[in-house]
Design a protein around this ligand. Structure first.
Ligand code: NDP
Length: 289
């Protein structure tokens, strides 16, 4: 029997979360600052809470998905007592420190707390490939895992409430770095009127997929490296990217912050080592100056 769930926050993401619970047959109560955003959900069978306190007391499991933690506390703090004995699963994006502070706040109110990071866009919610990371109360996770799976695949990453946020931000930083690089790549080929969708599907995606083979080597951090891609060679290639970007009139500022220190660092290093130079640059950026 699907348990009642409350969703607080009906932005693009909260709306998708509430829809997933409704579709799976959970009695679903919703609350949003702008109440009108609940209209479609109510038409589909959700209950609209008139007040935040009513929303928090309607279900044993409360999901929050708001803009940020200041907003989360603005919404929850006045009614914290209403959460006593319930489980709060907060999917608002924030820092590990904010997650830990909120876990402390929840413990004070006798609330089981999970902090989560959604590794998906709203359109993916409700499908297993929409991964959600959780950290905090293992008991709360075990108790509600089946229900949480309605939103997507669930992964518990540890008892420290800050872990999900740390992993979430780490994965996002890898994504933004990759997107910045891809944007630069598209700008470069775009200067010669290349067919960008064709370039993307036939070259860019297969290339980025192939480069993933280097990631386990990066993860080793300081072990002996293979010398298939010696530093000297990489320094030349990076210098060529910078020069070609300038020559093609592509604004390389975004990527230059990464490439120029990399080129200089690698150029100064003895040849014969490869990816560990990059690890050094990220872990000890002062060496790149
Ligand atoms: P939206 O901007 O669409 O929604 C923001 C939500 O916060 C709305 O419910 C809004 O209410 C509410 N809000 C903002 N300010 C206040 C306030 N002062 N008081 C009360 N409520 C307020 O954002 P999303 O739904 O896209 O994102 C929500 C969370 O989900 C974020 O932490 C985001 O990082 C995370 N997320 C989003 C993804 C996405 O692709 N959209 C992907 C992964 C995570 P109102 O409607 O009244 O403005």
């Amino acid at each position: 029997e699907p348990i009642p769930v409350t969703v607080v926050g009906l932005g693009a993401m909260g709306m998708a979360l509430a829809s997933a619970f409704l579709a799976a047959g959970h009695p679903t109560t919703v609350w949003n600052r702008s109440a009108g955003k609940a209209d479609d959900l109510v038409a589909a069978g959700a209950a609209r809470a008139a007040t935040i306190t009513e929303a928090l007391t309607a279900s044993p499991l409360v999901i929050t998905c708001l803009l940020d933690y200041p907003v989360l506390h603005q919404v929850l703090d006045p009614s914290g007592g209403a959460l006593a004995g319930r489980t709060l699963v907060n999917l608002t994006n924030g820092t590990p420190e904010q997650a830990r502070e909120t876990a402390t706040w929840a413990a004070r109110h006798d609330v089981g707390y999970l902090d989560g990071g959604i590794m998906a866009v709203p359109a993916m919610i409700g499908r297993p490939e929409a991964l959600v990371l959780y950290s905090g109360s293992q008991a709360a996770f075990n108790q509600h895992e089946q229900t949480l799976n309605r939103m997507g695949g669930s992964r518990y990453v540890g008892a420290d409430p800050g872990s999900a946020s740390l992993y979430d931000l780490a994965l996002l930083s890898a994504m933004y770095g990759q997107f910045a690089g891809a944007r630069h790549a598209l700008a470069l080929v775009g200067t010669e009127n290349a067919d960008l969708p064709e370039f993307t599907s036939s070259l860019l995606i297969p290339w980025l997929t192939a480069t993933m083979i280097g990631l386990p080597v990066l993860a080793q951090q300081d072990t002996a490296q293979d010398s298939d891609s010696p530093s000297g060679m990489q320094a030349v290639a990076i210098a060529n990217i910078v020069d070609a970007s300038n020559a093609q009139g592509v604004d390389g500022d975004l990527l230059s912050h990464l490439l120029i220190p990399m080129r200089d660092l690698i150029g100064r290093r003895a040849a014969g080592r490869s990816l560990d130079d990059l690890v050094d640059l990220i872990n000890r950026p002062e060496q790149g100056k």
